[in-house]
Design a protein around this ligand. Sequence first.
Ligand code: URA
Length: 423
Amino acid sequence: FDVVDLIRTKRDRGELSTPQIDWLVDAYTRGYVADEQMAAMAMAIFLNGMERREIKDLTLAMIASGETMEFGGLGKATTDKHSTGGVGDKITLPLAPLVASFGVAVPQLSGRGLGHTGGTLDKLESIPGWQASISNERMQEILRDVGAVVCAAGSGLAPADGKLYALRDITGTVECIPLIASSIMSKKIAEGTGALVLDVKFGSGAFIKDQAVSRRLAETMVQLGADAGVATTALLTDMSVPLGLTIGNALEVRESMEVLAGGGPADVVELTVALAREMLALAGLPDADVEGHLASGKAMDSWRAMIAAQGGDPDGTLPVAPETHVVTAPRSGVLASQEALPFGIAAWRLGAGRARKQDPVIHSAGIELHVKPGDAVVEGQPLFTLHAEDAARFERALESVEGAWSIADSAEPRGPLVADRIT
Ligand code: URA
């Protein structure tokens, strides 16, 4: 094929055939198709979209560009979750061991955070000794013995996506449903999971803010899962307010352990339970007593085993920031707003996130929220506490939350956390 012909086809709203897509992805991965040509193709797809069959072909071609994992020998059902990311989204931490406590394997290949959304690996690395990188053999062993693994995805899975995603990032072609759906799903399917639950977020702290667009992404990914033979369900969830009461790595680990101990904030528990039910239903356990395993300590036992299996000390002391700054209520009333994105950016400015891929994160940094929208507050009461290694970071963090919260006489009722379920 001639790549210029393929670009023209897409530019003129035509469809690419299966062999054309296979060839394009393979040639791009090997370097025969240049970045500028693939950038033109990505922009043509961005502008003109793709048919369902083309999205499936693109996904399968990206999977075929690298290695795939296989968990058939485990003798257990496997199921995984992917979240499109948000502020205070620590759900993987309680969810993976909770699901594993029912004898289902959860191979969770995760990433690091970039920008205001945190990465699961960064959070777990707050735990003394815990290692994100493990061999494939060790991963199989842990899945067999413990059930849950959260580890770094090797660059061997869907390398075409790695290359294309980096190109999209610098060519204004990230925000495109066919490209996002194939990118996320190629990595998840290559990872070898038998079933998949997607947490697709909308609202200010989400990657896609508009609920209708998020819904289209969720529908596209659920169809794609079905087309590729991986049973997939999606929950459409609200990310306009931070999830839980903590934002920042070690703070979020602490909160996750509260959930595993049978406590924790109501919204984190609600979403953990909702996603666990979906994962277990896909694994053939629709009636699993999910709340029971949080209350009885079974999920906590599974967490302790999961952390220890990767070198972590489940009783280790989490890092605590030496500097704190408390913001108090200027008047009595009801907390009327608390916008996710500005709080996420503030946590990032405190050191919880990274600006460049190679930067380290500060595990102790972040924000502890003392109240949520709808809660009554009295003048002088603490609203939130900033945590940092260096007090010089407070000023910029405070600037970013200016106007992001408010106290009024009453608060608008919030919509449900789980807005919809797509199957
Ligand atoms: N996350 C991904 O992995 N890929 C995208 O394209 C967007 C978000």
